[in-house]
Design a protein around this ligand. Sequence first.
Ligand SMILES: [Zn+2]
Length: 437
Amino acid sequence: MRVLLVLFFVAAVLAPAVLMAQGDDAISRLLRQSQGNLPAAPPRPVPPPGPGPVIGAKPKGPLPIVMSARIGEHNDRTRLVIELSDPVNLRTFALANPDRVVIDMPDVLWRLGAPPRPSGFGAIKSYRYGQFRAGNSRMVIDLNQPVTVSDSLVIPPSSGFGYRVVIDLFPTTRPKFDGNAGWPADLRKRETDAERLAAMIAAQQTSPARAAGKKIIVLDPGHGGIDSGTVGVNGLMEKDLALAEGLILARVLRGRGYSVFLTRENDTFVPHRQRVAIARTHKADLFISLHADSHPDPSTTGLSIYTLSDGRSDREAAALARRENQSDVIAGVDLSGSNNPVAPILIDLAQRDTVNKSSRFATTAIKQLSGVTDILARRPHRSASLAVLTAPDVPAVLMELGYLSNSDDARQMNTAAWRARVAEGIADAVDAQFATK
Ligand SMILES: [Zn+2]
């Protein structure tokens, strides 16, 4: 899904690379300056590059707007110029394996009309941007080569342009890059705090539901914020589809007497580890992760369901797991803990029973949904090493609702009527799962 996303993005959305350093406006001139002769930022009113955003902070007044981003590629450096309506606190750091540069900032509105496309000649391979957490927007740059990152320089408004942030990436050696790369320690603590808070909220929400004897379902709309997932031939983004389906499914299930929680209820990024933690804290009876797939063959259509395997999956399922597990890498999450998506998943004995329950639900759901929408023609129930399904005590499935690379699938997934029909079908399968025995 990931490779296709980049291809779609590059092919459909982005402006030609040649536009990047042409023109004679103030930003073009900045981009062409390859030596260190930039105008110095005055001490005020521009804030110096600060400690970065505060997680969960409520923005005061209207959000700053990111109005443009441009790339200048030189032999000795790659320069990124980001134009903003207001000065913001930025923080940059590098992450290795894969090599990335992360630019953290407070909540902003992204209004990049035609984001520039790197040519491949410079240090920037590709990049993405969006919300990372409440109070924290982020740009993540994939690198072609090891770099050192300059301090970000902020230039105050002039010549019809807003605040311009200049960041230079200088080629460096592998050992130097690896020596500097890594999550800043205070950010790691911030992430741990954010996870702990999410778990605490989940625990508080669950107890009344548990006391009422209701079955607890956790719905997990896939991707979000900075990670759009795949993008449809009609422009429909996987993250938006997954959220829309999750919200309608929550309503239907609550109407049938279930206690339902969502891992996200808006367009924000949630790391895999946190999605799993939310399912475990709720002691969910069932976890349903909602996604949409893409395929190089545009004629591939239909819904498919994945359950967890310990790595012995077929090639297509393994490729899907790589794409879906990539989400944390895409968003620039700290993977130094146990959350390495590349590590093989070990299923212990206790988990076998959970995996069996998951498989039973997958089989039922495919039967129920075959009357509602197209089902993938060949083996619609597969298993793969999916990071989001690894709670050992929670039966869990990942549904690929259809193919955004297929025009019929993409069109129907973009309708509320289809999403409501599918929600009823999934709810029928949930009823069936808990009705017997
Ligand atoms: Zn996905």
